[in-house]
Every structure is written in structure tokens, then in C-alpha cells.
Design a protein around this ligand. Sequence first.
Ligand code: CAA
Length: 391
Amino acid sequence: MTAVGIDRISFYCPRYSLPLTALAGARGVDAAKYLEGLGQEVMAVPPPDEDTVTMAAAAAQPLLEPPAAERVALLLLATETGVDQSKAAGLFVHGLLKLPARCRVVEVKQACYSGTAALRMACAMVAQDPESQALVIASDIARYTLGSPGEPTQGCGAVAMLVTAQPRLLTVEPHAGLHTEDVMDFWRPNYRQAALVDGKYSTRMYLHTAVQAYQHYTQASGLGLSDIDRFCYHIPFTRMAYKAHTQLAQQDAGPAPGKRELDHAVGHSLTYNRLTGNTYTAALYQGLASLLDTCPDDLGGRRIGLFSYGSGCTGEFFSMRVCKGYRKQLLTQRHRHLLADRTELTFQAYEDILNLRIPEDGLHYEFAPYRTGGFRFAGMQDHKRCYEVVT
Ligand code: CAA
């Protein structure tokens, strides 16, 4: 069977941020609750001229040096921050990146799980036609009601992955552990900007789903935790990954893992998320990029276990193998620079940005330019979103 998987992975986050110490100060909360209790330090904040589309295009751009772009026959954009009820956000990305006309473009949704659904579908297409390539992008803005318990877990960002045959970064293994249940732990009706969440219930559902999906994976693959070298979990906030790994370790009838063991298993996957907050569909893959970029050990030949969770809910536990010589494929310097070179917002500026609404009257608007990546959400005209390339 042809090996299929991720040839390159690229992460993007907007150029503005809010330290969680500032949020804690403004909300009268002990900062240790956010920094240690949730394990978050900084929240990425999108300026008014960035959205799901501009973040997705900026994440994908470095993967598409010619001739890679010409072979992209499928673009799947996974998001729960869609910009239109009908037109796929990926079509704007397709235009901005000048991708070939002979290409399928579809938007995929199931809360934070849909990046994994998209990756699976892309792998299936490439397995059938190994000459083709697929671009999978996960892009999201995590937003809760201001002042609510979810507020410190907000964030945003995008991850793009080029899926190919004979990949040079990661091979996706076929076994899958699945768990689905119709529950209301987190949702966002079409008329709301911010998500609604039953916070404590959502964390219980996440852990329950992780255990069920992992048990299915072990039955399907015959593999257990000792066959897996590192773990990436969906990361609503970094402490959640520690809790999930503790649960899974106990499924193999072992003792609860100590701090050193936990840090070894999940620590490097959490570095980027701690500095951006939740990126919903992108969070698991941002964790994967973080692990590959920041782990000092050579992971070539090692197996990574991944747990993808989408509220509502569907979860999947699956695994990948890291390719030998994978480091040549990484965009580590670019990712580090993106996270280091951001403008820190005042608390007032943060609230002003989150309270802004896109005009809905169909008139012509040109949005003021902020710091962005290579693309801007430049304005509205006749209810159409207008994007431009930043020169
Ligand atoms: N110093 C250190 N730690 C402190 C502290 C202090 N002063 N005060 C509190 N803490 C600790 C608490 O003990 C707790 O840790 P444990 O869970 O290990 O006990 C942690 O900080 C959080 O405190 P609370 O549980 O009291 O926090 P909360 O109830 O105000 O909010 C939350 C937590 C429910 C996760 C909330 O942030 C939320 O609703 N977030 C959005 C929903 C979410 O992220 N759910 C995750 C699962 S769903 C999912 O994964 C999909 C998705 O992406 C949304």
C-alpha cells in the first residue's frame, strides 16, 4: 500500500496578542488560575481585517512554492468560524493562492474534529491517485462571551498541511478509534458570534470520548500506549492535554503518570498553544507542529498518537509515524518568528476589537489596515467579502 501522509505543515497566527495576566487583572481573577490552572499565557487576537480566510491563506502560502501548487487537486478547509452559509471559505483561499481550476474545494464542519475528518478524506484521495496532492487547512477564531469562564481560553490561528504520497514528514497510519454521541456540551447557533458552552460538562465529555476512542484504537490496531512515543491531544487549554493523558495511561492498568512522564509525553506539543489559546480545528495540528519544531530528540521513525475531539461530539484516536530526516521539512524559524513578533494589545483595545461587528447593510466599506500576514479582509461591497493580497 502506498504510504500517504503530511509532507509539510505550516502554522499561522495573527499579529496581535493579549497576555492573560492583563485579562486576569481586568476581570479580578488570580492570574495563577489562567497561567497554572488552565495552563495558558497569551491569547492571539485577530485584528478587524483578519478572518478565517486570511489566516488560512497565510498558513498555506509557504507550502505552495511551485510546482507544489499545480498538483493540488483538493482543498479542504475545516472551520467552525465559517464566513458564509453557502460559499466555502476555501474558495476565497483558492483565489488568493492562485490554485489550479482543476481542483475540488469543500468546507468541512464538526466542531474542532473537522480538521481530522479533512485529513482522513485527503489521505483517501491521494491513496487513490498518488500523483495528486491535497491541501488541508484548519482555521478558526475561538470566541466566548466577554467575562464568561471561557474567555481566558479564547485564541485563533490556522494550520495548513500538504498531503502527498511518500510524504517526507509524517505517514498517517490506517487504524482509527472512534466515538460519537449526540450531546450539547459546546455549540454556536448561526445567529451568535460567540460560542455557548457547558464548560465542566464539555471537559467531562472530552475525557470520556478520549477513553472510548482510545479503547477502540487499541482493539483495532493491537497497539497500546507503550507502542507510542509522543502524544498530541486536541488543546482547548493546555491543562486539558495533561488530564487526557493521565486518563489514557490508567486505561492500560498502569499507575497515574508522574509529572516527568507527562511532560515527556505531551509537553512539547503544548508550547505554541500556550502562546495563542484555543485554535479549535487547528489546535491538534498546531500541537503536532509544536512537537516536531520544539522536541530536541530526533523523532524520526517514532510513532505519535493523536486524539481529535469535536464537541457535540465526535472523537478519534489515531497515529502517525515520523519520517526519517523530517527536520528538513519543518518551518520552525517561521513559526518561532510569528509567535515572537506580535503587538501586545491594551485591555481596552482587546475589548474594542471583540465588540466590533461586520457591517450588514450591504453598503461599501473599506477596512483600516492593521498588521496582517500576506492577505487582508479589506472590506465589504454588496454583502460580498473583499480580500486583497498585502504587498
Ligand atoms: N491558582 C491555580 N489554579 C487555580 C486557581 C488559582 N488561583 N484557581 C483555580 N485554579 C484551577 C482549578 O483548580 C482548575 O483546575 P482543575 O480542573 O485541575 O481542578 C482550573 O484552575 C480551572 O478552574 P475552574 O475549573 O474553576 O475554571 P472555570 O470553571 O472558571 O472554567 C472551563 C474552566 C470550564 C474549562 C472554562 O474555561 C470554559 O468553559 N472553557 C471553554 C470550554 C472548553 O474549553 N472546554 C474544554 C473541553 S471541550 C473542547 O475541547 C472543545 C473546544 O475546543 C471548546
